[in-house]
Write a protein that binds this ligand. Structure first.
Ligand code: ASP
Ligand code: MG
Length: 403
């Protein structure tokens, strides 16, 4: 039987009781004969608590030390889960990212996985052990512990599935799967049984939260079978499967999807940059790429560029833009933390220019001011004040997904 990689998020391992439940679920799959690699997140809000702790001892904690601190969260859950499995007589071994041979670049707090050695994982699997791997972390070539960015355990799981040639990767979380909007904001949100990779990449990069964007890109690139399921659903009766669009499956008409979601990303903020010359635009791109800071929905006009990026990267952006100003590339810049991206995702926009107009119309009827907007083949993204964004999501969802 083929190898399965399973990943359990923070809520799934949030309490000792939940850890025991996860152990039972793993035991069941193990008894069916599947070799298993299980990736875990830190328990509950551990990562947030560790960040808060760091802020109490330092105003500017060094990124390297943050990685040393934050990687401890996943070490706790991997060890506890392995103990719980031992208790119910399932042979298990826990490994850190570094012990698993997850080699990353040197970029602390936002490292990218370069390759996975996986020797210790393979030999433990050969001994019929369930291997528990700490998510969200790796080690650089210079033997420094790194972390992959918030939500990065999903990416650990898909990267392991790729490297180990797994049959599939299952992400267990605290919701039933991928919805057309955050169900806490829109209770009538639709749960998708299937969603194509390309639309899922858009949903994830624009704030859908349920999957780390990089894990979806990886799954798409390496054709990993990826699904999202609810840990609290013992029968695994519902969930979302990511699909290749060109599978030749005629039941999945190319144009069947239309609009699949409305997202708001409160973890992002808006940045406006005035360049000294339009030809220096590349400098902003190069520096942000070096720091692995994302640049979502960029808009250019003449010497100006604006985009969204990670809220927790604000101090890195300040430093980067300050440096570019000193070096004569940037004339001025503004970081607008009140404005967040609101997006409508679907495959309707490339053929249908009216969509942007309709969206603005709906928002103006709901008296929601829009800061700026941009549109691509699979998404329209608008800047909306964080105070109005939930109302905006509800208004757009009602218009485009409920009628
Ligand atoms: N524990 C990390 C976080 O909270 C990574 C993850 O859960 O995926 O961001
Ligand atoms: Mg997550």
């Amino acid at each position: 039987m083929g190898l399965i990689v399973q990943k359990f998020g923070g809520t799934s391992v949030g309490t000792p009781e939940r850890i025991r439940q996860v152990a039972k679920r793993i035991a069941k799959r193990h008894s069916e004969g599947h070799p298993l690699v299980v990736v875990v997140s830190a328990m509950g809000h551990t990562t947030d608590e560790l960040i808060a702790l760091a802020q109490q001892v330092s105003d500017h904690p060094a990124h390297r030390e943050m990685d040393m601190l934050l990687s401890a969260g996943e070490r706790i859950s991997m060890a506890l889960l392995s103990m719980a499995l031992g208790d119910i007589k399932v042979p298990a071994l826990s490994l850190t990212g570094s012990q698993s041979g997850i080699i990353t670049d040197q970029s602390h707090r936002r490292a990218r996985i370069r390759r996975i050695l996986g020797d210790r994982i393979r030999s433990a699997l050969a001994e019929k052990k369930v291997v528990i791997v700490a998510g969200f972390q790796g080690v650089s070539e210079t033997k420094e512990i790194t972390t992959l960015g918030r939500g990065g355990s999903d990416t650990s799981a898909v990267a392991l599935a790729t490297a180990l040639g797994a049959e599939r990767c299952e992400i267990f979380t605290d919701v039933n799967g991928v919805y057309s909007a955050d169900p806490r904001v829109v209770p009538s949100a639709i749960l998708w049984e299937k969603i194509p990779h390309d639309l899922m990449v858009e949903l994830a990069t624009r704030g859908a939260g349920v999957l780390h964007p990089r894990c979806v890109e990886l799954a798409k690139q390496h054709q990993i079978q990826l699904c999202v399921k609810n840990t609290l659903d013992p029968n695994e009766s519902v969930g979302t499967v990511l699909i290749q669009r060109q599978t030749g499956d005629s039941s999945l008409g190319m144009e069947e999807f239309g609009i699949v979601g409305v997202t708001a990303d409160k973890g992002k903020l808006f940045i406006r940059v005035k360049l000294t010359r339009s030809t220096v635009l590349g400098s902003v791109w190069d520096r942000s790429a070096e720091a692995h800071l994302s640049l979502i929905a960029p808009v250019f006009s003449n010497h100006d560029v604006s985009f969204y990026s990670e809220r927790d990267g604000e101090s890195d952006w300040k430093k980067l833009l300050h440096d570019l100003t000193t070096e004569g590339f940037v004339q001025s810049y503004e970081i607008v933390s009140d404005v967040v991206p609101l997006s409508i995702i679907g495959d309707r926009f490339s053929q249908d220019g009216r969509a942007l107009h309709e969206i603005i119309e709906v928002l103006s009827q709901a008296h929601i001011p829009v800061d700026s907007g941009s549109s691509s083949a699979l998404a329209v993204t608008l800047g909306v004040s964080i105070r109005h964004v939930d109302d905006a999501v509800r208004a757009l969802h009602a218009e485009f997904l409920e009628s």
